[in-house]
Design a protein around this ligand. Structure first.
Ligand SMILES: CC(C)(COP(=O)(O)OP(=O)(O)OC[C@H]1O[C@@H](n2cnc3c(N)ncnc32)[C@H](O)[C@@H]1OP(=O)(O)O)[C@@H](O)C(=O)NCCC(=O)NCCS
Length: 154
């Protein structure tokens, strides 16, 4: 049975280990331990019997816009709807926090998100500070094939 729980600082080593391959492949942006610690309240973890099996972060950009970051499910547990549960949790959290308009995601897996009613948007419309704080750190910057999608909260 999958449980969704908020992360604590003690989860960081296993969280970092889980994304190693995807970070190396450039599918997930590298975030160092301190950056994860600073944003620890953003993260939700999926656990089965206390084993970490996936996680994601909901990053708040503004009163109108949040973003799903670093979504990962361990290889062993993919295809069991855990990713979907994590996304649903983050969308619910965005609503509960009062985010007014949209939840953004940048991804190489647009179809996964389209199944959950995200809609594709032109990359030019994503906020500029996202580009200058995050994209600039990415190994694929500036030639990026990620797709931008948003979930409309209203
Ligand atoms: C993307 C990822 C989180 C999906 O997790 P998962 O637990 O295997 O996915 P789920 O089992 O919850 O799948 C939910 C739905 O999406 C579909 N789906 C799963 N992976 C998919 C993919 N790669 N492409 C398209 N659809 C996909 C499933 O078929 C399922 O559809 P259904 O509800 O109609 O049956 C996982 O593959 C992963 O960690 N990938 C590597 C990291 C990554 O790319 N993260 C995205 C960064 S934004």
């Amino acid at each position: 049975m999958v449980k969704l729980v908020k992360a604590t600082l003690t989860d960081i080593p296993l969280m970092q280990k889980m994304v190693e391959q995807e970070v190396e492949d450039g599918v997930i942006l590298k975030r160092n331990e301190d950056e994860v610690a600073t944003n620890i309240r953003s993260y939700v973890l999926a656990k089965i019997n206390d084993e970490l099996v996936g996680y994601s972060a909901l990053h708040i950009h503004s009163i109108r816009l949040a973003e799903i970051r670093s979504l990962i499910v361990s290889h062993k547990h993919r295809g069991k709807k855990i990713g979907k549960k994590i996304v649903e949790f983050t969308l619910k959290e965005a609503k509960e926090l009062g985010v007014k308009e949209e939840v953004l995601v940048l991804t190489y897996l647009p179809d996964f998100f389209k199944r959950m009613n995200f809609i594709e948007i032109a990359k030019e419309t994503i906020p500029e500070h996202k580009i200058w704080t995050d994209c600039i750190k990415c190994i694929h910057f500036p030639i990026c094939n990620e797709v931008s999608l948003v979930y409309k909260l209203v």
